[in-house]
Ligand binder design. Sequence first.
Ligand code: 5GP
Ligand code: ZN
Length: 111
Amino acid sequence: MEHSENCIFCKIISGDIASEFLFQDEALVAFKDIKPIAPVHVLIVPKKHVRSINDLTAGDEALISRMIMAAKDLAKQTGVNKSGYRLFFNVEKGGGQEIFHLHLHLIGGWV
Ligand code: 5GP
Ligand code: ZN
């Protein structure tokens, strides 16, 4: 797996920083955001280090599909599937990205 030094999400994925995963498989992990902006705030993160959406290549279609399917399952797991939720990617600094390891935000739980 391609890891990047000094990347906090790579350290979480490798176990260097202990974290509780809500989900993991060979390609992805999901964990709670440390500073949630909603009652439910989960990050869905590929194990492979990709900087942002801008860095995806033709071979990454399956990875992105898996991330969205995992988000759907995690919405159910966290109980927000029926009430509804938002999925979003922040892309680069102007898009609000602070951690430069690709991740999909799942937020919900207000109603
Ligand atoms: P971005 O702004 O890059 O799209 O989102 C990064 C998210 O990662 C932020 O919502 C931030 O709170 C979260 N975050 C930053 N560092 C950590 C960490 O060490 N652990 C966890 N669980 N979340 C983190
Ligand atoms: Zn990384």
